[in-house]
Design a protein. Sequence first.
Length: 101
Amino acid sequence: MRDHDERVVDDEELTDEELTALALGADPHLALDDKAMPFWDYVGREQVEPLPSWYMPTPMRPRTIAGWRLVVVRCGVASVIASFVAINACGLCNTYGQLHL
């Protein structure tokens, strides 16, 4: 493999320090070569999503709540909302969790 200065780089794995030195030593304003190829062509995988899964994995689906647990969750959420509305209706401030006049 050759770097941008056409020096031969051996096929051994590079350490993080060597990769960091190469990245910091590269010219950020250098135009791409006509023979440059996309990363996905180089590794042999097609990119089907906007971001690769190793960079930002897809979020997990929330657990389905059903039956009596659904009633408990709804009552809990409603009581928290009702308490904030009641505190604000009385003219008090509860912004940071401490009740202030």
